[in-house]
Write a protein that binds this ligand. Structure first.
Ligand code: MG
Length: 255
């Protein structure tokens, strides 16, 4: 099932995708998904970010193919990005003035469906609503370069740096799923979680919840594989996760 948050006739609504249409539901995604009976064509609605999270937990160094020769971390390594870094599907990723090293990071976003506080690995799946593609946009000079900060607050938490969507897909086997990133139609990252992910999604959720309560709508960006390169204005980045909608965002320069 695909859960869509969208704007239609001036109001933000929640619904269930049915082919090229969306069937509106009462309330948000965290209730019983009762349909109102209203149907709209997807082409007539504006897609919004699937949730407005209270926080985003990004996971650093979580694919063997991204780590290269570096040893894997012995536990998940989350860091925070703020809600203000979220943009809607299709919205511009904006390269800050003066930045020349803003990279894509194609990732799988995990959407929390039920409050998670000190949950076990076995109980983690019952706290997950679904998944979608995400892009952990990263300013590498501020992250690792000569100009690096103590924390990655702007390197990864700056405005427009946390696109996810276009909608939440439920019921997928995220332990064995393909992830792919395209820039201007060319594949630049491609992997599968089964063989490449260091700390699986259930383990990561459980670990975070020992220290920080995850609320419905919060999001975990579960890490990026392989290598990344800098984006430039005019590029279009797509992130594909098997069974999900495609997340597509154009890249613009700050005006
Ligand atoms: Mg990342």
């Amino acid at each position: 099932m695909d859960l869509v948050r969208y704007e239609y006739q001036g109001e933000i609504r929640h619904g269930i995708r049915e082919g090229d249409n969306v069937a509106e539901i009462d309330g948000d995604f965290f209730g019983d998904l009762q349909r109102t009976g209203a149907i709209a064509a997807l082409s007539d609605v504006k897609l919004k970010s699937p949730t407005m999270p209270s926080k985003i937990l990004n996971i650093a160094g979580n694919y063997y193919s991204h780590l290269g020769d570096s040893p894997p971390f012995t536990r998940p390594q989350p860091f925070l990005a703020p809600p203000s870094s979220v943009i809607d599907p299709g919205a511009d990723i904006v390269i800050p003035a003066g930045s020349v090293n803003v990279d894509y990071e194609g990732e799988i976003a995990v959407i929390i469906g039920k409050r998670a506080r000190k949950v076990s690995v076995d109980d983690a799946p019952s706290h997950i609503l679904g998944i979608c593609p995400a892009n952990d946009v990263s300013e590498r000079d501020w992250q690792n370069g000569d100009d690096k900060d103590v924390q990655w607050w702007r390197a990864k938490g700056g405005d427009t740096f946390s696109p996810f969507g276009p909608w939440i897909t439920t019921g997928l086997n995220y332990r064995d799923i393909g992830l792919k990133t395209l820039v201007n139609g060319e594949v630049v990252q491609e992997t599968n979680t089964k063989d490449d992910m260091v700390h699986d999604i259930d383990t990561t959720l459980s670990f975070i919840s020992q220290h920080m309560t995850l609320e419905p709508g919060d999001v975990i960006f579960s890490g990026t594989p392989q290598t990344t390169v800098a984006l430039k204005p005019g590029d279009v980045v797509e992130v594909h996760v098997d069974g999900c909608g495609v997340l597509s965002n154009p890249v613009a320069a700050e005006e």
